[in-house]
Design a protein around this ligand. Sequence first.
Ligand code: AHR
Length: 512
Amino acid sequence: MKRIFLSGFMLMCSLVSYGQNTISMDAKGSDQKISRHIYGHFAEHLGRSIYGGFYVGEDNTTIPHTNGVRNDVIAALKKLKIANLRWPGGCFADTYQWKDGIGPKSERPTIVNTWWGNVTEDNSFGTHDFLNMCEELGTEPYLAANIGSGTVQDVMDWVQYVNFEGESPMSKLRRENGREKPWNVKFWGVGNEAWGCGGNMQPDYYADEYRKYATFMAGWTNEGGLYRIASGANSADYNWTETLMKNIPSSMVSGVALHHYSVIDWSAKGPATGFSEQQYFTTMQRALFMDELITKHSAIMDKYDPEKKIALVVDEWGGWYEVEPGTNPGFLYQQNTMRDAMIAGATLNIFHKHSDRVRMANLAQTVNVLQAVILTEEEKMLLTPTYHVMEMYNVHQDATLLPMTVKSNDYVMGNEKLPAISASASRDANGLTHVSLVNIDAKQKQEVTINIEGGNYKTVSGRILSSKNVGDFNTFESPNKITPQAFKGAKLKGNNLTVTLPPFSVVVLEMK
Ligand code: AHR
């Protein structure tokens, strides 16, 4: 009797501490690929993103660089395998006159960046600098064209300048500026946030503007055609997506964008570090809302495009907090903690799940702005927890999605709850299966049982990103405080995998 009571008590304890998270994974696969372009990044002329972040100038003698672009940043981004890079904005894009950024640097006009701190911009980083940097990084450029304050002619000229091989006024100018072959840029944003900083337009007016610009851009393509992306909705503005899908012929658009930031409250964003558990919980609530957003925007797109030819392009996402104390409020410089690692891991799992419709995305932003993967301070550089998650997850790029059904315990905060666990899985071209797991619970470890259907795996290994406190972050003095470590908490028995996830941790497993 005593023994029965004791084993019952022990069972109860294990339920309380671990709970019952169960996942079923279909190892037979699917016809769905996870596009590598979900792993895109974003570099705006904003604060210390371009100047000081990517670019330190050709004449810099203290920071090692290649044509003015920091070597440490190039090496880190190559390792990250960033699939595409969006530039020059953001809000800045709809004020950017691309012709200001070509030709001899000493002759380029100086402008004022009215969106971000009213700072002087000398245009020393322009089209050639950006596109050559993309070649160096092995990433595809994604240019955001100015339709807010730029003319149709300006946009046509830009496409012609960067893409046209034959003899034309703009290809001649490109050659005069030192570049013989076109770069053949495929991804083009037709404006940015047209509902806001891109011109405060109504959706049907923007749809007409889109049609006009998209028409004339198309005349200057070489191989493969242009992948034109319409400026999309602000979070839950479903009417925006509906109006665009109704009014833009599918032959004229490859992607419709969506912007969603994990912000607690636009008027009280809270600090990037030293936040409370309630602030952490609310940030995660905003991040997980991405699932509902994609589901609802996709349902609208399905009505007009049941074959899913048009992608949902989440070209701005990430956490947004108060700037670091003492820094320029217009520079959006924020630290990056384990909270950001949770946003990154959970959001990528959501993108994977919806990879039939979400085929491109851009984290905002790459260096020194918002949820950055890299921070710099003069000659110093550090990789943030977000960087490490994106690096661990890059094994999913262009891999086949293995469908999952996730039953999660709750992470409870007062009267509210969120699923503690999120997960996704894929099989790569070499036959390796990768499973990504996130436990956002700030206090409880979680034991997860994964039932594998149709697999025959013999070994499992993995890496984990975790830390002592959810508010922990890397500093220039201690840049390796948070880095991925070998993970020993997964056990494989036949078709049954059990994984113990510490609180606020990200794990990526590899199975053969
Ligand atoms: O990423 C910062 C800003 O957020 C972008 O410039 C704009 O598109 C968005 O509102």
